[in-house]
Ligand binder design. Structure first.
Ligand SMILES: C[S@@+](CC[C@H](N)C(=O)[O-])C[C@H]1O[C@@H](n2cnc3c(N)ncnc32)[C@H](O)[C@@H]1O
Length: 332
């Protein structure tokens, strides 16, 4: 089912058309019907009847979905008897990409326009994205916008934490680089015995405090202001979490952050897009955008890499797979 390089480039060249096709397929319910098909597939005639679509036209649209390797076509004796099924659920994936509040729409609103048409020069050393548009770490003026963008991606992370069930019993958690505290709120609200402090740059404090004040778990939420890179981490926590933090830094800084955490706690939690083909694809926007932001390295790493570093620090790790994989390590 692999599509060769020429084929993939053709798809990419026509991405605008295919995006419309996918969004229409999702919004009309076509994807849902294909997802719900039995093993032998759903007939074209049935799709047309239930969706009020024209067979000869839908057949071509479905060829596009097949070209994208989203659907499998099972030929029948006539065009109307052609059957379709999806290789994996398409409607939920489309909702995450094309939905009105999708993370992709939020990413698209980042100031990536200054790279457009200049990518070759930027790769050869010309200035990238102006710091007044996007600096790393964000300036105090940019902090709210960036934190809101990060917060938009928190629900699947919170859900993965909920599923991994890492906080049995009373736990004090330090969320290093916890942004505006959206994840801290979700964790504290989901685990009544958990208290969470966000450790962040000082400019995030008013943002986090405003988020905390609206939470029913406000009494168990706190903010610790500091610099995790230049300074040390505070003491007194049962667990220290790095959520979408370590991949922002080169190896030596990421290892040093883990070492600092290991000197403060017996439990370290790492959650980010660990490097797999699908996660790398999901990260594409940032990989592209950060070409223009030298201060942020963007280093997606395999979980195995973190596991090895944690092992060197005397920690035994376990991976909890989910919408976001979560690595949890305990001192041996
Ligand atoms: C990619 S965001 C992740 C935010 C949050 N953990 C999440 O997943 O939504 C990285 C965060 O690291 C914070 N950060 C950057 N440098 C830092 C430092 N030296 N000390 C503490 N936090 C820092 C930024 O302010 C930002 O909120």
């Amino acid at each position: 089912m692999t599509i060769d390089a020429r084929g993939r480039m053709s798809l990419l060249f026509h991405a605008d058309k295919l995006n419309e096709l996918l969004e229409v397929a999702w919004r009309t319910g076509l994807l849902e019907k294909i997802d719900a098909a039995p093993d032998e597939g759903v007939r074209l005639a049935e799709l047309c009847d239930s969706l009020g679509m024209v067979p000869g036209r839908l057949y071509k649209a479905l060829d596009c979905l097949e070209g994208l390797a989203f659907v499998e076509r099972i030929a029948g004796p006539t065009m109307l008897e052609t059957r379709y099924r999806s290789f994996e659920p398409l409607a939920p994936a489309a909702a995450l990409v094309f939905g009105d509040d999708s993370i992709e729409r939020d990413r698209h609103a980042q100031p990536w326009g200054s790279l457009r048409g200049r990518l070759g020069e930027v790769l050869r050393g010309e200035p990238g994205i102006p710091a007044e548009d996007f600096a790393w770490p964000p300036t105090s003026e940019q902090a709210a916008r960036f934190a809101a963008s990060m917060a938009a991606g928190v629900p699947p992370i919170a859900e993965s934490f909920q599923r991994a069930d890492l906080f049995a019993g009373a736990v004090r958690l330090l969320d290093v680089g916890g942004g505006n505290g959206t994840l801290a709120c979700a964790l504290a609200e989901n685990h009544p015995e958990l208290s969470v402090d966000v450790f962040e740059l000082p400019e995030l404090q008013p943002l986090a405090e405003s988020v905390f004040s609206a939470s029913p778990a406000a009494a168990r939420l706190g903010f610790r202001s500091g610099d995790a890179i230049g300074g040390s981490l505070p003491d007194g926590y049962d667990a220290v979490a790095f959520v979408r933090i370590l991949h922002d830094w080169p190896d030596e800084v990421a290892r040093e952050l883990l070492r600092k955490a290991a000197s403060r706690t017996d439990r370290i939690i790492v959650c980010e897009e660990f490097r797999t083909p699908s996660r790398l694809a999901l990260q594409t926007f940032w990989s592209y955008f950060l070409i223009g932001v030298d201060g942020c390295v963007s280093r997606l790493r395999e979980w195995k890499r973190y596991e090895a570093w944690l092992d060197e620090l005397g920690f035994e790790s376990e991976l909890h797979p989910g919408a976001f994989d979560i690595g949890s390590a305990t001192r041996r």
